[in-house]
Ligand binder design. Structure first.
Ligand code: SAH
Length: 265
């Protein structure tokens, strides 16, 4: 324990030059959806993606995840990955030469689209999750510090994608959130018991309220129609709830829905 603590600095530099564990740098399987993450924190993966349905699917080989350790491509003895911003200002910026090497390494392993997680990016949504799920796979770059030298984005024509209008400390959480949304749409990941067809955002509407047993809880019952066994009426009720919720909470989605002319009546 004390040994490890004392030599921690040297050890982590040596370890970062080669695959850190079994998850890093496995061979890329042909025909299996592949996510590749360029990150300073490979240990953050699979994280929550290793749990539940996405984790089971990962174990079963329905998709594949690998990390590319940015540190391994760093400069010099200390494997530096960042430097001060040109023009001055606070914080550090990820160097283009270092990230460039990591991107080229990643593309040599698994060619395909690359996206940079960034609060300046296009806002991720269900349509993007669907699009990603239809690709052979995706490579995601997680930023840290103040971000990434612009020239990398320009040179490789990398799209910036945002999780939402807030600033995270790094791209890792955003990458996991987006991958979760894409992976659950891959064939076979959701079993028969779960469905991606009738969910929020699957048809541009928010989902109706859900209930389960017990039939009464703290004096609150379940809407009668749901206990009626009348499937036609249940469908109608759910659709009406869905529309009312969307109209009330997300006027933007509701407007788009009306424009598509998809109202049930
Ligand atoms: N200075 C940058 C923010 C840097 S935050 C700016 O103002 O735009 C550090 C890193 O966290 C970013 O490079 C990005 O990879 C990640 N990040 C932060 N917020 C994010 C968000 N909303 N969506 C996706 N990634 C984000």
């Amino acid at each position: 324990m004390t040994d490890t603590a004392r030599s921690h600095g040297r050890k982590s530099i040596a370890a970062s030059a080669q695959p850190r564990d079994l998850m890093a740098e496995p061979p890329v399987w042909a025909g299996v959806w592949h996510a590749q993450i360029i990150t300073l924190f490979p240990e953050a993966f699979p994280g929550t993606l290793g749990l539940s349905l996405t984790g089971r699917a990962l174990k079963d080989g329905l998709w594949q995840l690998s990390t590319v350790d940015l540190r391994a491509f760093g400069e010099g003895k200390h494997r530096n990955v960042d430097d001060t911003p040109a023009g001055g200002g606070a914080g550090m910026v990820l160097r283009p030469d270092v990230m460039g090497r990591a991107v080229e390494h990643a593309l040599a392993r698994a060619p395909g689209p690359v996206a940079f997680l960034s609060p300046r990016g296009r806002r991720f949504d269900q349509a993007m999750a669907r699009h990603w799920a239809e690709l052979p796979g995706i490579t995601l770059i997680c930023g840290r510090f103040e971000g990434l030298d612009q020239r990398v984005l320009d040179h490789y024509r990398i799209e910036e994608v945002s999780l939402g209008d807030f600033v995270l400390t790094g791209g890792e959480i955003a990458a996991q959130a987006m991958l979760d949304a894409a992976v659950r749409l891959l064939p076979g990941v959701l079993g028969n018991a779960e469905s991606a067809v009738e969910e929020s955002h699957s048809d541009g509407l928010l989902e109706h309220p859900q209930y389960t047993r017990p039939a009464e809880w703290k004096g609150r019952g379940i809407p009668d129609v749901l206990l009626s066994g009348h499937h036609g009426e249940i469908e109608k009720w759910r659709r009406a709830q869905s529309e009312a919720l969307t109209r009330e909470r997300r006027p933007d989605l509701w407007e788009a829905h009306l424009r598509r002319g998809e109202t049930a009546g």
